[in-house]
Structures are given as C-alpha cells and as structure tokens.
Design a protein around this ligand. Structure first.
Ligand SMILES: [Zn+2]
Ligand SMILES: [Zn+2]
Length: 151
C-alpha cells in the first residue's frame, strides 16, 4: 500500500546509499505514517537539499518529493529533464518558474512540455511527522529493519 504521507509503498527503502552514514550524520524527515526516514539535510552554504539533485528515475524522485513539499510548504512537481545525449533525469521543482530558472542556467538541459510528470493533488501537512536526527538506538533498529525486509 502506498503511504499517503510520503508516497512510497516501501517503508524502509531510504536511505538508498550508505544508509548508516546518512542516518547518523543527516537530519531526517520521519514519516509519521510508515516511519520511513527521508534525508532532509541541507548544505547550509548553498541551501541545497537532497531533493534538489537530479534523480535517475521517477520512482526515486517520488521517494524525496515529500521533503520538497515540507520545505516549500506547498505541492512540488517532478519534471523530466533531457540532458546531453538525450539522457533523462528527474528533478523536483516548486514552481514552473523554478524550472525555467534552472533551464536558463543550464542551456544543455531541456524539458519538453514544461509540465510536471508527477505532482500531488494538494499539500497536506503531517502534524506528527518529525524532522530531526535519529538516536543511535533508532539507527540500529532502522538498519535492522531495512536488512530484514529488503524493502
Ligand atoms: Zn542523507
Ligand atoms: Zn510514509
């Protein structure tokens, strides 16, 4: 079942890479519905979050969509970006203006119809969600669950 809060049916799928490092060192959005942790750490100098980076697939971009919405306090769209050699990636933007801005600074990138390939119907704030670092104990439990379920 797809989690209504964080849009994934895999409650321990994230962090995808080096999960232990991410959970230890980065602030997480902890889904109050399924418990999934989503990295919401920002690079302070540049104000760049994980969700600002390009994703290889739409599915992976969806895993981070909630953190974009939480930061923007609004719905955000996932756009298909065509780069050099027609390489496709997916990026999350708050508004179409943000997309235009990005495209104007990255002349080698294109977005065909400039409409999101995915967007939530509305932004729903989840009052019980927490944004914080996990305790050592929580990290241990989470990693164990990640290994157990391979989900
Ligand atoms: Zn992280
Ligand atoms: Zn969830």
């Amino acid at each position: 079942m797809i989690c209504k809060e964080c849009y994934s049916d895999k409650p321990r799928v994230t962090p995808l890479l080096k999960p232990e490092d991410c959970l230890k060192n980065h602030t997480q959005y902890i889904c109050s519905t399924c418990g999934r942790c989503i990295c919401i750490e920002s690079d302070e100098k540049r104000d760049v979050y994980r969700w600002n980076f390009p994703f290889k697939t739409l599915e992976i971009a969806k895993l981070y969509l909630k953190t974009a919405e939480v930061i923007c306090q609004d719905v955000c769209g996932i756009y298909e970006i065509i780069g050099k050699n027609d390489r496709i990636s997916y990026k999350i933007f708050h508004t179409e203006e943000d997309l235009e801005n990005y495209l104007s600074k990255n002349k080698d990138k294109k977005c065909e119809d400039k409409k999101p390939v995915y967007i939530s119907e509305q932004y729903v704030e989840s009052p019980n969600a927490q944004i914080r670092k996990l305790s050592d104990e929580e990290i241990k439990d989470y990693l164990r669950e990640q290994n157990q379920f391979k989900i």
